[in-house]
Ligand binder design. Sequence first.
Ligand code: ADP
Length: 510
Amino acid sequence: MTEARAASDQMSQLRHSLRTPLNHVIGYAEILLEDTQDVEAIACLERILCLARASCELIGSAQADAPEQFASSDSKEMLFLKARCIADEAAVLNSGDKHDIDRIRSAANELVGLLHSEPNPKSDRSLAKVHVRGDVKPADGRVLIVDDDELNRDLLLRHLQRQGYHVEAAPDGESALLLLRQGCFDVVLLDLVMPGLDGLDVLDRIRRDTELAHVPVLMISAADDQRAIAESLQRGAEDYLLKPFDSVLLDARLRATLERKRLRDHERTRNLELERVTSALQRSNEDLQRFAYAASHDLQAPVRTVTTYLQLLQRRLGNKLTADELEMIGFAQGAARRMHDLIQDLLSYSRASTAQITTEIVHTREVINNLLADMRVMLEESGAQVSTGNLPAITGDPTGLRQILQNLFSNAIKYRRPEETVRIQVAVTEQPDSWLFAVRDNGQGIPPDYCKQIFLMFKRLHGDEIPGSGIGLATCQRIVERFGGRIWVDSEPGFGSTFFFTVPRPHAAA
Ligand code: ADP
């Protein structure tokens, strides 16, 4: 530590020692002033308060870098005179609580003593060993005061109790932590300079304790050390108050702190509730998905049996049946086929929701070429023409990508305009955060009001004239969302639609 730094620390301790008795003088004088009706006592107390506040200002503005400089300064001389005046005034006070008057007198004498002798920064005033319990009152908040100075504790306790707070006090860090763990406090007023665990240690312990971390801490100290203030704020203190207290400021800051805590508590409760509801929803979604998968899976076999037996019936009795009867069998087969398609679509949706997503290099050109090869029959029958622009390699899930493109290509063919050759264009562009896919068709298009709805499960704009289950786009959306992307459509009815979806680029998703 440099000499200058050591001197500044000593000066700050000296200020602390001088402000502590002044704090007592001001606090008890304010209490007496509130209670007394005696005109002479009121005048005397007001003089004491005036002198004490002026002394505080003098301490704050004293131009001394070290205790030695201060000892020989005018400021010290003026302070000494003021302290003497306070002691003289206190000596003639004879109305009000005797103990409080004694406390003012002894604080004033202590101040005189400190200024008379060589001021000793480490004042060895005895430390209180028991904590004071406040009476339980209906109040706005529960406050814990932690201060090694008994009179400070008493002053704060009484002041806050008068405001209607429920207040308890502890003389040191250890007993404060004990009290905090036993009770539930809304705010801690914590002295910075204490023997044993000092204020910063206690603050650290509170912040590290998951049960206590949410309790706001207001640091209180007579030390006007900027570093200590910054340090305590950095370590998570809510605010900082200098002794002697300005009661208006203290009340305002306490109220503001309690209000902030109330809002944070409210938010915490809401978040917990949200988490609970989300996880309940997630569970119920998973149950539903399991049910949908199991039901569709188990329905496959009976539908297959129905189809097989209908085919057998048709084959064995075909030439004995009338045209009507054959038509009836045809209807039943059609229904069984639709049921089969619906089950397949439901299974795809379930798989899209649960299948493991892989992240690998995907050559989009290869994926599209393979898909087109598999869809060859459908493409040839419809005469659809597919053109592609630049198809880059991306990072993603090839199975999911193929499934999306397959749905979009088959929809482009299904919802074509009969008079037009189906044209499908695929483009992939690289964006800062994602790859943007665009699949454009020249089909019937979608009215603007339905552009969002078509992604909902079972939502169809077409009737039975075009077969479908209304699950394909919901499946695409599910897959895209699981990638972390988005899907949407731009469409002009009568001219065609462009379906867009994004696949986040890995560094952007991280
Ligand atoms: P499905 O095709 O089985 O009905 P989808 O979920 O794939 O189910 O599509 C939902 C609805 O959106 C379709 O019924 C159709 O009305 C409309 N749609 C989808 N794609 C297109 C398209 N390319 N052009 C016009 N309408 C479309």
